[in-house]
Design a protein around this ligand. Structure first.
Ligand SMILES: *Cc1c(COP(=O)(O)O)cnc(C)c1O
Length: 863
């Protein structure tokens, strides 16, 4: 079959309606209900027909209707107001404009973006997070430039076969039919970037700009005539194809992405980014392109690396080893040798992605490891995930305590105006929801009466029920059922019944089918005569994941049974539009991953913003913010090695909670019919979690804790023709070479007596051999704290010792005092670490010297 070439004919609007095109082009409509109302009023029937897609709407409206509107003074007034409002939103100073020293611009790279259902360029949490990151940046006035790829088939859409097997479809998207504008040079020709593949093959791409409020998102598109067929297909699908294909995509995203940013800034006059943020390893090649730029400006690789690292932030998103991008090293070597990279030595490139031993595979190039070496600032996406990542990547910084490894964490957030139901936005809305201005607005929740709060919850549940019936009918028709046999679908779900939502991608660790562990017990919960529950489930399995598809089939087969099909539903094609109805309408949001494999999880946050209560394993964000009263924690059987036994235990705990805690509370009504004890938890959820789960909160943390320090470091490294980058690189070489000569030779503690007591001060002296280094190159520290079962220090503190004397042979005596400030087994040791004003963390170089024997670890038990 010949592929059909699609293109979209754009309507020419009467001049009076020109602002409408402006409104459609800026994706701010996706989180601005008033603008959506205006679109709906253009043509209500067409608006429904095109599935609330504004670009499609403009193509669908009859010319007659447009002429009518062009003469409708009321409509024109509303249109002018909406356009004014957008202009004000785009230009007025926001939170960021009050900061000093913040970066002039930040480039944010991600392989996927979830901005709106009408721009299907996402597969799951990573993309949704990236979309929310840009929207929050826009709300706060953060000058981000987003960079990604435009996939001509997006991610697949999902349907089901008659027997419940996932089927994938790849509808082709025409960029002309999407809310995108082509970036053009001053002479009108499309701006292009070109990346060389395999040393010789040109891969060209155009740059589409999606305007996300104030934030431009550059999407590279290789589907153009100038490319040969292979190159044209590079941006065909999100996460499709083998590793060759993925590598080409990542080269285009990273290398081509930097070139696209340069083109965008040159053409539009936008300030050049001072900070580059790599959202997951896929975009890591951006660092190599920036190194190449600097090596062409005559820096050595090592010098360029320092300058680039200073201004780079890397966020890791997965503790699942299979989720980490790894390529055969020779595949990478092929891309970076040859004439396309004349100033970059391929050996240096390979070193960046080499997995540290032991356990590292020398034939592999690891994108996450490269990400960490290319960024001076690295973070995980929840507190627990930060911890897990430090353990996972500890090989990069051998000898350091886990707590000291330079991987921090910023817990993800969600964009409230996108994910909160309009009813609630209107009741408690305000700038506090976006993070701009007054943070305190959440007390508005207290001003709502129980009756009003319940009325909203019921309205949202009712909407979910209606949407479920509509989608379920569509799904059954696609599965081959006839309309006449689908009468029962109109009775599916009950607007009064406790509703559980469960929706997410379907990798094994998320355990879609844990709820099926004991089918009879689940059935009893669904069909309980007085306290029934109903469950709405959705999720896509990766096209290559047969195991995931089997899980979906199991759920679908269970839900197909006549006796339960009115209480449990699997809805195909989970996307942002379905997510919005689902997170708002569910009373309970259920999540049962294998702890600690959920890096953060965000759908539960969306539910919380709507007053949904979380019922979840304490993983990701829930580990951090569950407080005993804002939902329920499913006990995790993490220590149990047998996975089957573990599932059994955790499933049993889940049923117990549902039977004993969740359903009784929901159905416990006072005389006026209100579930007061339930509403207490709803209110508490909104009040306590509302301010925390916001993407605005997250973005402020990125700006203050990572972007601003990174910009400052980048400026320091770049000043005076990169003087500091050159010096620092030379210092690093010198210190690394001389490090084997650094030794802690002798440690002594005195002044505590034989039976030390709390509050005593211990004098520490140490003799340190500095070898060829000078005292300014190092810091000598006494490290102390409580001693654990394996003679390790638990969350130790440290003090810097001062040098008292130094001999000609490089031996120096250091001294200092540590407080015995905790009872129990107490220990200390002395260590030497590199010291330089431009280091972001002492562990950064992975160099440390400790006493040969832990003799300095004198244990004393305090009473
Ligand atoms: C929020 C969201 C996700 C991410 O959900 P998690 O709970 O983080 O797995 C995935 N898909 C869609 C459509 C979403 O809206």
């Amino acid at each position: 079959m010949r592929a059909i070439r699609r293109f979209t004919v754009r309507t020419s609007l009467p001049p009076q309606l020109a602002p409408l095109a402006e409104l459609v082009r800026n994706l701010r409509w996706s989180w601005h209900p008033e603008t959506l109302d205006l679109f709906a009023d253009v043509d209500r029937e067409a608006w429904e027909r095109v599935g609330h897609d504004p670009v499609a709407l403009l193509g669908a409206v009859e010319t007659g209707r447009l002429l009518e509107l062009a003469a409708d003074r009321r409509f024109l007034r509303r249109l002018a107001d909406a356009a004014d409002d957008l202009r004000e939103y785009l230009t007025a100073p926001r939170w960021y404009q009050s900061l000093e020293d913040a970066p002039r611009a930040i480039a944010y790279f991600s392989p996927e973006y979830g901005i709106a259902a009408a721009l299907p360029q996402y597969s799951g949490g990573l993309g949704i997070l990236a979309g929310d990151h840009l929207k929050a940046a826009s709300d706060l006035g953060v000058p981000i430039i987003g960079v990604g790829l435009l996939y001509r088939h997006g991610y697949f859409t999902q349907s089901l076969s008659p027997d419940g097997w996932q089927l994938e479809h790849y509808p082709s998207l025409d960029p002309g039919g999407l809310p995108l504008t082509l970036l053009r040079e001053a002479d009108g020709t499309p701006a292009t970037v070109c990346v060389t593949l395999d040393g010789a093959q040109p891969l060209r791409a155009r740059i589409w700009v999606a305007q996300v409020g104030r934030v431009p998102l550059l999407l590279l598109d290789s589907g153009i005539a100038e490319n040969d067929p292979m190159a044209r297909d590079v941006t065909d699908r999100l996460y499709g194809g083998g590793s060759d294909h993925r590598l080409r995509q990542e080269l285009l995203l990273g290398v081509g992405g930097v070139r696209a940013v340069r083109a965008y800034c040159r053409i539009t006059g936008h300030p050049e980014p001072e900070v580059f943020h790599t959202n997951e390893g896929h975009a890591g090649f951006l660092g190599l392109e920036r190194i190449r730029e600097l090596t062409e400006a005559r820096l050595s690789f090592a010098e360029a690396l320092e300058a680039v690292r200073a201004g780079t932030v890397f966020t890791t998103h997965t503790p699942v080893p299979a989720g980490i991008d790894r390529f055969p090293a020779d595949m990478i070597a092929r891309q970076f040798s040859g004439s396309a990279w004349p100033t970059v030595d391929v050996a240096n490139v390979l070193e960046l992605g080499a997995e540290p031993g032991p356990g590292g595979d020398p034939s592999v190039f690891n994108m996450a490891v490269m990400g960490m070496r290319l960024a001076q600032r690295v973070n995980g996406v929840s507190r627990l995930h930060g911890e897990v990542s430090r353990a996972m990547f500890r090989g990069l910084w051998p000898g350091f305590d886990l707590d000291e490894l330079p991987i921090g964490s910023i817990t993800n957030g969600v964009h409230a105006p996108t994910w909160m139901a309009r009813e609630l936005l209107e009741l408690i809305g305000g700038d506090h929801l976006t993070g701009v201005g007054d943070e305190r607005g959440w007390e508005r929740v207290d001003r709502l009466s129980d009756a009003d709060l319940w009325a909203v919850r019921c309205r949202l549940r009712t909407r979910l029920v209606a949407e479920t019936r509509k989608r379920l009918k569509r799904a059954w028709l696609r599965r081959g059922a006839a309309e006449a046999e689908l009468g029962w679908v109109d009775q599916v779900l009950d607007p009064e019944v406790l509703t559980i939502g469960f929706a997410r991608r379907v990798p094994a660790y998320k355990r879609l089918t844990l709820m099926l562990r004991d089918p009879e017990r689940l059935t009893a919960l669904l069909l309980h005569p007085d306290r029934p529950v109903q469950i709405v489930i959705a999720g896509k399995a990766h096209p290559a994941d047969e195991g995931g598809k089997r899980l979906i089939q199991q759920i679908v087969r269970f839900a197909d049974q006549e006796r339960v099909r009115h209480r449990i539903v699997f809805l195909p094609d989970y996307d942002m539009a379905l997510a919005q109805v689902l997170v708002a309408g569910a009373d309970v949001w259920m999540n049962n991953p294998l702890r600690p494999l959920e890096a953060c999880g965000t759908s539960g946050m969306k539910a919380a913003l709507n007053g949904g209560l979380n019922l979840s394993i304490r993983d990701g964000w829930w580990d951090e913010w569950f407080d005993g009263a804002n939902g329920w924690a499913i006990p995790s059987a993490e220590g149990v090695a047998d996975p089957d036994r573990r599932d059994e235990l955790e499933a049993a705990a889940l049923y117990d909670l549902l039977e004993r805690e969740v359903t009784p509370r929901f159905y416990d009504r006072t005389a006026d019919g209100l579930p007061r004890r339930w509403l207490e938890m709803v209110r508490h959820t909104l009040r306590s979690l509302g301010p925390k789960v916001l993407a605005g909160r997250m973005l402020k943390e990125y700006v203050l804790d990572l972007y601003t320090p990174a910009a400052k470091a980048a400026r320091e490294f770049a000043a005076d023709d990169h003087r500091n980058a050159k010096r620092f690189a030379a210092w690093k070489v010198r210190v690394s070479r001389a490090w084997p000569g650094v030794r802690v030779e002798h440690v002594e503690g005195s002044g505590a007596g034989d039976t030390p007591e709390l509050g005593t001060r211990l004098k520490i002296t140490a003799t340190v051999a500095l070898g060829e280094l000078s005292p300014e190159d190092v810091e000598v520290q006494a490290v102390y704290g409580r001693v654990g079962a394996h003679d390790e220090l638990i969350r130790p503190d440290h003090v810097t010792l001062t040098m008292e004397t130094i001999h000609d042979d490089g031996r120096a005596r250091y001294a200092g005092v540590i407080p015995l400030d905790r009872t129990g087994a107490f220990g200390y040791t002395v260590r030497v670490v590199p010291s330089h004003p431009l280091l972001a963390a002492p562990a950064e170089l992975g160099l440390i010297a400790v006493p040969e024997e832990p003799a300095g670890m004198t244990n004393g038990t305090l009473r």
